[in-house]
Design a protein around this ligand. Structure first.
Ligand SMILES: [Mg+2]
Length: 303
């Protein structure tokens, strides 16, 4: 873990640095408040030992400036190093945003223990942050396919529609529904059904560009948002998806499961406002048309 030691006194810096290295920390040095601020920006050490009295920017000012950054995802643990030990000074230091303080001259063991507290808190904060991110991911994605879930793909569609409108660009919406999926579940079992969904999702993802969004809209329904995709390009993509899904059966244990999909395509109004519900409805209608017309095909529905 990186630790920044900010102190205008060279001897103190050297002393602290030698301890830090001995305790297994990677040390960074600053000789005034401004240099400390610069190092914090460039190297983002999150454990900071800062002297109270420094030129350019003193310790409490540095604390205040760091706290003003906000952001729960980047906490700085600040230990104020001070020769002032009146209660009032300590209160002021903590009030400026320091987490802890040590009075000079300090006992090495005390610094070691206080640093350890800071390290523990930073590690705890990091693991909380990671679990929050994992939760956020789970809340937005379908666990089986890894695609966006129903709510998120509609949110994405809404954002992309308004972006396309602002930039007067094309957008294609594709609704896909696996053909006779109930029969897959009934014939091969639900585990096989899941395996089919996972494999189809993988093939669809491969057929799309990195900036296309795809969501699991329903049980065996997928919604694909293709920003900047013209109707002509969309038909090529649709052909590619039909082909990649139908050309090879899905293998699950001893079963060979043929799979096809029906696609419905709808396009935004490039020079006007496209209503979210309207385009979803059009893609849905087109998809049903593809079912009626024999499945394993795509149809297009105008708005
Ligand atoms: Mg000083």
């Amino acid at each position: 873990m990186k630790v920044l030691i900010a102190d205008d006194d060279r001897i103190t810096r050297m002393l602290v640095k030698s301890y830090l290295n001995k305790w297994g920390y990677q040390s960074l040095e600053a000789e005034d408040g401004e240099q400390a601020w610069q190092i914090l920006q460039d190297e983002s050490p999150h454990l900071v030992v800062v002297d109270w009295m420094m030129p350019k920017m003193d310790g409490p000012d540095l604390c205040r400036r760091l706290r003003a950054l906000g952001g729960a995802d980047c906490y700085y643990y600040i230990i104020l190093l001070t020769s002032r030990d009146s209660k009032e000074d300590i209160i002021n230091g903590l009030n400026a945003g320091a987490d802890d303080y040590i009075t000079k001259p300090f006992m090495p063991q005390e610094l070691e223990m206080r640093l350890r507290v800071g390290k523990r808190i930073l590690e705890l904060q990091q693991s909380l942050q990671e679990s929050l991110e994992a939760q956020r991911y789970q809340a937005q994605h379908d666990a089986l396919t890894g695609f966006l879930n129903h709510v998120e793909i509609l949110k994405t569609l809404e954002q992309e529609l308004s972006r396309a409108e602002r930039q007067q660009r094309n957008l294609t919406l594709m609704m896909g529904d696996l053909d006779h999926f109930k029969k897959v579940n009934d014939t091969f079992g639900h585990l096989a059904g899941d395996a089919v969904l996972v494999e189809v999702a993988r093939r669809i993802r491969n057929d799309l560009r990195i900036y296309d969004a795809v969501g699991r809209y329903g049980g065996e329904e997928f919604l694909m948002v293709l920003p900047g995709c013209t109707p002509e390009e969309a038909e090529l993509v649709a052909d590619r998806i039909l082909n990649s899904i139908s050309s090879q059966p899905v293998l699950f244990r001893d079963s060979v499961i043929p799979v096809t999909i029906s696609l419905g395509l709808a396009f935004n109004k490039v020079n006007g406002h496209t209503d979210l519900n309207e385009i979803v409805q059009a893609a849905d209608t087109a998809m049903y048309l593809a079912k009626q017309n024999g499945r394993n095909r795509y149809e297009i529905m105008g708005l």
